[in-house]
Design a protein around this ligand. Structure first.
Ligand code: MN
Length: 227
C-alpha cells in the first residue's frame, strides 16, 4: 500500500522488437543536428555547441495515429533516429558513452511550427510548439544486441508515398556518443532516458489523412496516420 493521494500516473513504455517493454524516464531532443536542416531553418550549420529541449515521456505514442493538435495550422513532421539508454551518469566521456546505449527506434518530432516560431521570435520556451499530446510517435526499440550501433545509413520520410525528407545518419553534426557525453555534463542521465537525435532537411506540414512513413533500413519502417 502506498500513501499516494491520487491514482498513480501510468509509466510510459516503448515496446522492444525482441520482446518486453522499455520504461521511459526523460525525453531529450537535439535541435539543428543536420547541416541541411539548419540551413532550411535559417541558421548557420557550423559546429556550434548542440542545444537540447525536452518532451514529456507521455508525449511518446506508439499507436500509429497522430491526432491533429489544437491551436495550430502548421504542424510539421521531423523524422528522427531515437537512441535509448540502459544506464547513465554524469560527465560521461565520449569513449564510454556508447556503453550506455540499449537500442534505437524510429520516431517523429511533431512540431506546431507556427507556435514554435512565435515563441522563438519572443525569446520564449518552445514547449507549446514541441511538447504537446502525442507529439512524439515512436516505433519499437531494436536492441544493440540485435542490430549493433547505428552511425550511418539512410533516413527518409515519405508522406503519402512522396519522398519529403532524406539524409544519412553519417551527416549528424553531433554524433550519438558526443550527444550523450555533452548532455551528461548538464544533466544526470539514467536508464530510461530517450534522446531524439535531430531531423534531416525537408521538414514540412501535414494535414488530416496524410500517412507519414519514416524509414531507416536497419530499423524498418514507422507508419503514422494524421487523424
Ligand atoms: Mn526535431
Amino acid at each position: 500500500m502506498s500513501d499516494y493521494v491520487i491514482p498513480t500516473p501510468p509509466v510510459t513504455s516503448i515496446p522492444v522488437a525482441s520482446g518486453g517493454a522499455f520504461p521511459v524516464r526523460r525525453v531529450y531532443c537535439i535541435g539543428r543536428n543536420y547541416a541541411a536542416h539548419a540551413i532550411e531553418m535559417g541558421h548557420d550549420p557550423d559546429r556550434e555547441p548542440p542545444f537540447f529541449f525536452q518532451k514529456n515521456p507521455n508525449n511518446l505514442d506508439t499507436t500509429g495515429d497522430f491526432p491533429y493538435p489544437p491551436h495550430t495550422s502548421d504542424v510539421h513532421h521531423e523524422a528522427e533516429l531515437t537512441v535509448v539508454l540502459k544506464s547513465g551518469g554524469k560527465n560521461i566521456p565520449v569513449e564510454r558513452a556508447m556503453d550506455h546505449v540499449y537500442g534505437y527506434a524510429l520516431s517523429l518530432d511533431m512540431t506546431r511550427r507556427d507556435l514554435q516560431g512565435e515563441m522563438k521570435k519572443a525569446g520564449r520556451p518552445w514547449e507549446i510548439g514541441k511538447a504537446f499530446e502525442r507529439s512524439a510517435p515512436i516505433g519499437p526499440i531494436h536492441t544493440v544486441e540485435e542490430i549493433g550501433h547505428l552511425d550511418e545509413g539512410a533516413i527518409t520520410l515519405k508522406v503519402n508515398g512522396d519522398l519529403r525528407q532524406e539524409g544519412d545518419l553519417n551527416q549528424l553534426i553531433w554524433k550519438t556518443p558526443e550527444m550523450i557525453s555533452y548532455l551528461s555534463e548538464y544533466f544526470e542521465l539514467a536508464a530510461g532516458d530517450v534522446i531524439m537525435t535531430g531531423t534531416p532537411s525537408g521538414v514540412g506540414p501535414v494535414v488530416k489523412g496524410d500517412v507519414m512513413e519514416v524509414e531507416i533500413p536497419a530499423l524498418g519502417k514507422l507508419s503514422v496516420t494524421v487523424t
